[in-house]
Design a protein around this ligand. Structure first.
Ligand code: F6P
Length: 367
């Protein structure tokens, strides 16, 4: 059932924060107010929903927050929400505050949580549930980009530019580990943008020995005589996705062991960027993406749609644009979750395409 003027709609951010979440919440607050909805925020994602912690949405506060990373609503990875007791308490919160619709901004786990609320009965009919993809990992299907990816990519590229300077000065090899969970998208895209010499991702299914070989080959090629007679490189930058199952320090030791007689004067260092990748000022793209996905999602909820995610259109997303934004597509949550599982197990069109590109890029980066 469509939402009416005066209906209360809650918004929450959940899972790992992503730069651009605040811009999405601001858009929800502004668009909701314009439509005449009664918008409220839930603190700390599903943890706050379980505990009944609701908060007013101040547009002025959100205007400021939209310039910043993190999430002004707070976020959490709630374990209790997944239990029957947590579910019951979350439903009590929704009933107590007479919530008619809920918009969840987050990644795979967060949208899985949103699905569990689609059977909640409210005074005005079934709870209206919408989702907006936000995760720096870009591991969600049915959207070409999730909120936060662009900022994280820019952060990695900036860090690599800095590392290049010191690596070149010392003629060193750097292994730079970046976030992304089991998805190599962030590592690969930032590796190409930064001009890395190699990118290590889980998707290429290499074992430890093959990964060590890849790094060693990259170093030999970089520091050895160039096939075109050009000058040799003075640094090697290897970006390693955290999903690759080999500890970065161990990788460095194994590489050094193998390379020590071939290239005795080359040192290797490890930099783990960790949570640095997730924070920081959102790029203009992420602010706009957050605003546009949130706007379309809320308007779809008002028009009577529920149990969906508003994604950014792109290759492999075979859906028509929604009426509120030609770049936004609405996909049922069940399909989003099923496609995401396939993406992560390598069993979807996009997964196969990514794997092929990841393999092709290996030789091109080494040049
Ligand atoms: O999903 C986003 C992400 O930043 C991943 O890249 C990373 O593996 C994980 O979250 C880290 O989670 P936490 O902040 O809970 O340690």
């Amino acid at each position: 059932m469509a939402l009416q003027k005066g209906d209360r709609v809650a918004v929450l951010t959940s899972g790992g924060d992503a730069p651009g979440m605040n811009a999405a919440v601001r858009a929800v607050a502004r668009v909701g107010a314009e439509i005449g909805l009664d918008m409220i925020g839930i603190e700390d994602g599903y943890a706050g929903l379980v505990d009944g912690r609701v908060a007013p949405l101040s547009i002025r506060v959100l205007d400021e927050a939209a310039r910043r990373g993190g999430t002004v609503l707070g976020t959490a990875r709630s374990k209790i929400f997944a239990t029957p007791e947590g579910q019951a308490r979350a439903r009590e919160t929704l009933a107590r505050h007479d919530v008619r619709g809920i918009l969840v901004i987050g990644g795979n786990g967060s949208l899985t949580g949103a699905r569990t609320l689609t059977d909640v009965e409210t005074k005005g009919g079934r709870l209206v549930v919408g989702g907006v993809p936000a995760s720096i990992d870009n591991d969600l299907a049915c959207t070409s980009m999730s909120i936060g990816v662009d900022t994280a990519m820019n952060t990695i590229v900036e860090a690599c530019d800095r590392i290049f300077d010191t690596a070149t000065a010392h003629k060193r090899t750097f292994i730079v580990e970046v976030m992304g969970r089991d998805c190599g998208y962030l590592a690969m895209t930032s590796g190409i943008a930064a001009g890395a010499d190699a990118v290590l991702v889980r998707e290429t299914d290499k074992d430890e020995a093959q990964i060590v070989d890849q790094v060693v080959r990259t170093m030999q090629r970089a520091y050895g005589p160039q096939p075109d007679g050009g000058t040799t490189k003075r640094r090697v930058l290897v970006i390693k996705s955290e999903g690759v199952r080999i500890d970065s320090a161990r990788l460095k030791d194994l590489v050094e062991e193998k390379i020590k007689t071939l290239l005795p004067d080359v040192d290797t260092r490890v930099t783990v960027l960790g949570h640095v990748v997730r924070g920081g000022t959102p790029t203009a793209f992420d602010r706009l993406l957050g605003a546009r996905l949130a706007n379309a999602a809320l308007r779809a909820m008002v028009a009577g749609q529920s149990d969906f995610m508003a994604g950014w259109s792109g290759p492999g997303i075979p859906r028509p644009p929604c009426p509120w934004d030609p770049y936004v597509v609405l996909t049922p949550l069940a399909e989003v979750l099923a496609e995401t599982a396939k993406l992560m197990s390598g069993d979807s069109e996009i997964a196969r395409w990514r794997k092929r590109i990841f393999q092709e890029v290996e030789d091109i980066l080494q040049r």
